[in-house]
Design a protein around this ligand. Structure first.
Ligand code: DX5
Ligand code: ZN
Length: 227
């Protein structure tokens, strides 16, 4: 199980402090929500912030590009220290070249889909990616309510992963907290992006541990072992 605090929910006045806090929390990934004010109605931060925090932690940098023209951002974020770059399947016929370009940069390849987008849209790419990110809120802002109607999409992706003997991780992003993480894990997710529920806690280490335990307690794979 992978826990990925989202820097979007961090203290914008002190990214360094909150990056160190996340690094000490036991979380494996740091989720970096990049917003361009066009693909989503919000603007967050760019490659320079990633470059600045890179030396502060060994965490895996999981860069989520909610951007209409990710082509011009792939190299800057790879150079800044991204370990994985996620692009949106809503970019339609540009997706295949984007995935190839990310792969060519020597980093992990991620694909994301928004709540209204059918899971069938990602099926053609599942053998080309390392990570599938299922949005469980409409992208653009942290602190939103979890959209339960997205759960069947996670289940379908997990079934296709099993049927085709693929090994991509399945992430969830948005409204993932102590109340919703169990449903996500039961559906087949194994990477949990969480902003408000983690950065909002005084003891982030305890919050990461609790989120991880709740996910593991609901992992269908582990459930068989407990029989
Ligand atoms: C939406 C963002 C959020 C963020 C996590 O575009 O991607 O999902 O990462 O938000 P919360 O605060 O809901 O965990
Ligand atoms: Zn995200």
């Amino acid at each position: 199980m992978i826990i990925a605090p989202s820097l979007l929910a961090a203290d914008y006045g002190n990214f360094a402090k909150d990056t160190l806090r996340a690094g000490r929390s036991g979380a494996e990934w740091l989720h970096l929500d990049i917003m361009d004010g066009h693909f989503v109605p919000n603007i967050s931060f760019g490659p320079h912030v990633v470059k600045t925090i890179r030396p502060l932690t060994k965490m895996f940098f999981d860069v989520h590009l909610m951007c209409s023209k990710p082509e011009i951002l792939l190299e800057p974020f790879a150079k800044a220290g991204a370990d994985q770059i996620i692009v949106h399947v809503e970019l339609t016929d540009r997706v295949t070249p984007l995935l190839w370009k990310i792969r060519s940069l020597g980093i992990k390849v991620g694909l994301c889909l928004n709540p209204p987008t059918s899971i069938s849209h990602v099926q053609p790419y599942l053998d080309k990616i390392d990570h599938l990110l299922v949005m469980t809120v409409n992208p653009g802002f942290g602190g939103q309510e979890f959209i339960y109607e997205t759960l069947p999409k996670i289940q379908q992706a997990a079934e296709w992963r099993l049927e085709n003997k693929l090994s991509f991780t399945i992430g969830v992003d948005g409204g993932v907290n102590f109340k919703t993480v169990g449903d996500c894990a039961r559906a087949g997710a194994n990477a949990f992006v969480s902003g408000t529920a983690l950065f909002g806690q005084r003891n982030m280490k305890a919050a990461v541990k609790k989120l991880r335990l709740l996910a593991e307690d609901n992992d269908p794979g582990l459930a068989d072992l407990k029989m």
